[in-house]
Ligand binder design. Structure first.
Ligand SMILES: C[S@@+](CC[C@H](N)C(=O)[O-])C[C@H]1O[C@@H](n2cnc3c(N)ncnc32)[C@H](O)[C@@H]1O
Length: 217
């Protein structure tokens, strides 16, 4: 089950048909995640995966940072625009999915390009030396603001952060007293980003909402 509540199934199928096709490896990973892993709605899926792949190809990042690996689907898509020596550093606190992640990264020929870190992202980010031009922010919503502030201190001007779930099932549209805790975190994050003069942002109503945030100073 993909997490597409914004568009109708008809629209979703139409845009999928005319977008970069899901590779056999991604199809298999999507299927196995949906059949056997808890929380499968968290997986980016075919359309968002195509968007991550296209943006990576357009941005041509030296290195990519991903916060929130889950079963490793988005890491494969984000690797698409990397140069020969570029890497995706992806961080997750859960090591139970390691075997599955490595199996699919290997199948995609990316075992040497995707570097997995198992620890809280806030601890790992300051230890990374690579320069990141593209970040996929998709870990715990309660820390989105902390991730943003940390990244503002370390990313080069021109770097792009893709923040996922910025419309949080539509809960951000509800009055505050009806919002879930996670939706309140996301609402606070959206306000925090908007108040920053160091970035420019476009929010896209795709899947669960994605903001493209570009560091300008
Ligand atoms: C939405 S899922 C990531 C989905 C994945 N990016 C994809 O598109 O297929 C969020 C992941 O963040 C991880 N996570 C939660 N808290 C974290 C933290 N403090 N540091 C790093 N990862 C965390 C969870 O274990 C989970 O696998």
């Amino acid at each position: 089950m993909e997490h597409n509540w914004i568009t109708s199934e008809e629209v979703h199928q139409y845009v999928l048909h005319y977008s970069i096709a899901e590779t056999e490896v991604l199809k298999a990973l999507n299927k196995e995640t949906n059949e056997s892993v808890k929380g499968a709605q968290m997986l980016s899926g075919a359309h968002q995966g195509a968007i991550l792949s296209m943006l990576s190809k357009l941005i041509k990042p030296r290195n990519v940072l991903e916060l929130g690996t889950y079963t490793g689907y988005s890491a494969i898509c984000l690797a698409d625009g990397l140069p020969e020596e570029g890497k995706v550093h992806t961080i997750d606190i859960d090591d139970r999915l390691n075997e599955m992640r490595l199996q699919y990264w290997h199948a995609a020929g990316l075992q040497a390009k995707i570097i997995l870190h198992i620890a809280p992202a806030l601890d790992v980010i300051p230890t990374l030396e690579a320069e990141f031009d593209l970040v996929f922010l998709d870990a715990d919503k309660g820390n989105y603001i902390n991730y943003f502030d940390l990244l503002m201190d370390t990313l080069p001007v021109g770097a792009v952060i893709l923040a996922d779930n910025v419309m949080f099932h539509g809960d951000v549209l509800k009055p505050e007293e009806e919002q879930s805790k996670a939706a309140k975190h996301i609402q606070a994050f959206n306000d925090h980003v908007q108040a920053s003069d160091r970035v420019e942002t476009v929010m896209l109503p795709i899947r669960d909402g994605i903001s493209i945030i570009r560091k300008i100073k």
